[in-house]
Write a protein that binds this ligand. Structure first.
Ligand SMILES: [Mg+2]
Length: 372
């Protein structure tokens, strides 16, 4: 079997409510790219990446499209879609530092491989260690504590028991939000906080010290992407474990986090880390270093959500209740598949069909695509 074409489908997917984190203005939509890798035997694989455009991502939707059409497609047409690792090496050599566009192509190759042999991707990756995966609810920044508590309450009623709380703009509000969550839910929920790299060292230390009494499971990316020494110092100065997210892209960057003991938790994302194959390597490295693993994603459709669900299903060791399903948990107002992966009772059921086990819905895609 040979690859014949990479089709790109750029989409603009609306957020259900304005999505606000510490970086940049609130957003009304996310631009996400679906690719369909075609083969000479009629099998088509799908993958997804995003134009996130915050720390760690300078991607726009159109440079994702151009990178894939102008550079990746000519480099891999004629290759076997089973040659995942070799193709990724070629893409790296073709255009350096392109994890975001590589992600969609790499995952589409696994989708083809699974469809070719009639097995779900997790079976190809290592087997089935889980049939469902517990996920966390993402609490984006809100104007008032009451609105934040309303969001948390809705998640709680849907069976979520793990919160990823955005922080990093106003430390007094951050503290008030944490206090309010503990007041409302007591010890019945796990709270993780995420500053998206917005804080100075001094501001982070001051805030985390105030949060220590509230049993925070970990603090995600408190400092800027480049400040690994700062993260390492912070990790020694507070009892709250530190998670690296934006600071980890390639395996080399994770290795540097490990060497400096800059974090004891790592978050991966399909787009940020270049797809399932590369994430599996990151998890192996993190696990060998004794780190905890937090499966994440930018807000994604069911396609990238399914990719992480397959990784989780195949992973034989513990995993945290990550935010990889945030897009399909209500943050995005639309999906593009016939069989959406919505969480039930706070859990995502791992797809069991061949490949990713996901079918695109042409009508839904027609409404959201921005190239025609
Ligand atoms: Mg993050």
């Amino acid at each position: 079997m040979k690859i014949t074409e990479i089709e790109t489908i750029p989409l603009r997917v609306p957020f259900a409510h304005t999505f606000t984190i510490s970086q940049g203005a609130g957003r009304e939509f996310i631009e996400t790219l679906i690719v369909r890798v075609h083969t000479d035997q009629g099998l088509v694989g799908i993958g997804e990446t995003q134009a996130w455009r915050r720390q760690g991502s300078a991607e726009t939707i159109w440079n994702l499209v151009r990178t894939i059409k102008d550079y990746f497609e000519p480099a891999i047409v004629g290759r076997s879609p089973f040659d995942v690792a070799g193709i990724l090496r070629t893409l790296d050599a073709t255009l350096y530092n392109t994890l975001y566009p590589q992600a969609a192509v790499a995952d589409a190759l696994y989708d083809i491989a699974g469809k070719a042999v009639g097995l779900p991707v997790h079976t190809l990756l290592g087997g089935e260690c889980r049939e469902q995966v517990r996920v966390g609810g993402l609490l984006s920044l809100k104007p008032t504590v009451e609105e934040l508590l309303d969001d948390a309450q809705r998640f709680h009623e849907r069976g979520f028991r793990h919160f990823g709380l955005k922080i990093g703009v106003d430390p007094r509000q951050d503290l008030a939000n944490v206090v309010a969550l503990r007041d409302r839910f007591g010890d019945g929920v796990v709270i993780r906080v995420d500053a998206n790299g917005a804080l100075s060292y001094d501001a982070a230390l001051s805030l985390l010290k105030k949060l220590e009494p509230y049993d925070i499971d970990c603090a995600e990316q408190p400092l800027a992407i480049w400040d690994l020494d700062g993260l390492a110092a912070l990790a020694r100065a507070t009892s709250i474990p530190i998670m690296a997210d934006e600071s980890v892209s390639t395996d080399h960057t994770l290795l540097e986090v490990i060497r400096r003991r800059a974090a004891t938790v790592v978050q991966t994302k399909i787009a940020k880390n270049g797809g399932m194959y590369r994430i599996w390597r990151l998890w192996a490295l993190a696990s060998a270093a004794g780190m905890r693993i937090y499966p994440g994603n930018h807000p994604s459709t069911s396609v990238a959500t399914a990719a992480v669900a397959h990784l989780c299903a195949a992973w034989p060791e513990p995993l945290m209740e990550g935010v990889f399903a945030v897009g399909v948990s209500g943050v995005l107002a639309a999906d593009i598949v016939t069989n959406p992966l919505a969480p039930e009772n706070g859990e995502i059921r791992v797809p069991t069909g061949p490949g990713l086990g996901i079918e695109l819905d042409d009508e839904k895609i027609a409404r959201l695509r921005i190239d025609r």
